[in-house]
Design a protein around this ligand. Structure first.
Ligand code: NI
Ligand code: MN
Length: 220
């Protein structure tokens, strides 16, 4: 599978079988993104910078939005195709499987509707296990996620203010036992601006690989 960074917390995963998966499609950093061919959308929580264009894209492409039950209901009422789930249950797809994990954050839509609990996701695709943490603080559950799912790579928020900062993300990488970390949720707004070189330095010190992707950059 390949992972392309579309800015903020948004990624596009393309599987060997040809599925195209979007996570948290907030596309201000990739305004020219063409969602044609998207088969699945995963949303970690209802905040505008994560739900983003999920509903529009689902309506345009027929992609299924996987989200926590309350948020999925909200999307369905707006005309999207959904798979409403709870934390902790593997979901099977034609391209692999995914499980929602806990996240310490909040979740309500821009118009004030309760979005259920926020979450992250672990994906097992083409023999690789990838964890997208969503918006969260550092949490003990990351030790469990490391133990249960053994992710190879983690997409972790590093911007602080609303989520973990760089120092906590480095601890999270340790707890998750991952080999590589893709930083996300930084430098989109002033409140979450960081020196990403500092992240690279600290992750390397832990013997792990910093995978700093530019917007539009892809890794395999
Ligand atoms: Ni949020
Ligand atoms: Mn956010």
């Amino acid at each position: 599978m390949s992972i392309k960074y579309l800015g903020h917390s948004c990624f596009e995963i393309e599987t060997k079988s040809g599925a195209k998966i979007l996570i948290d499609p907030f596309l201000v950093c990739s305004p020219d993104y063409n969602p044609e061919g998207v088969t699945d959308i995963f949303v970690t929580h209802a905040h505008g910078d994560h739900l983003g264009s999920a509903i529009e894209i689902s309506k345009k492409t027929g992609a299924t939005i996987t989200a926590i039950y309350e948020l999925a209901n909200y999307c369905e009422k707006k005309g999207a195709k959904v798979n409403g789930i709870g934390v902790g249950n593997w979901q099977n797809y034609s391209w692999g499987k995914a499980i929602a994990t806990p996240a310490y954050h909040s979740s309500s839509t821009m118009d004030g509707v309760y979005g259920g609990n926020p979450c992250g996701y672990v994906f097992e695709i083409d023999g690789t296990t990838a964890y997208h943490a969503g918006d969260t603080s550092l949490m003990q559950e990351m030790k469990t996620i490391g133990e249960l799912y053994r992710p190879d790579v983690a997409m972790l928020p590093v911007g602080g203010q609303f989520t973990m900062d760089i120092e906590h993300a480095v601890i999270a990488a340790d707890w998750l036992k991952v080999t590589g970390v893709i930083p996300m949720h930084y430098n989109t707004f002033d409140a979450i601006s960081v020196d990403i070189k500092e992240f690279e330095r600290l992750i390397r010190e832990k013997g792990k690989l910093p995978l700093v992707l530019k917007v539009g950059q892809e890794m395999n």
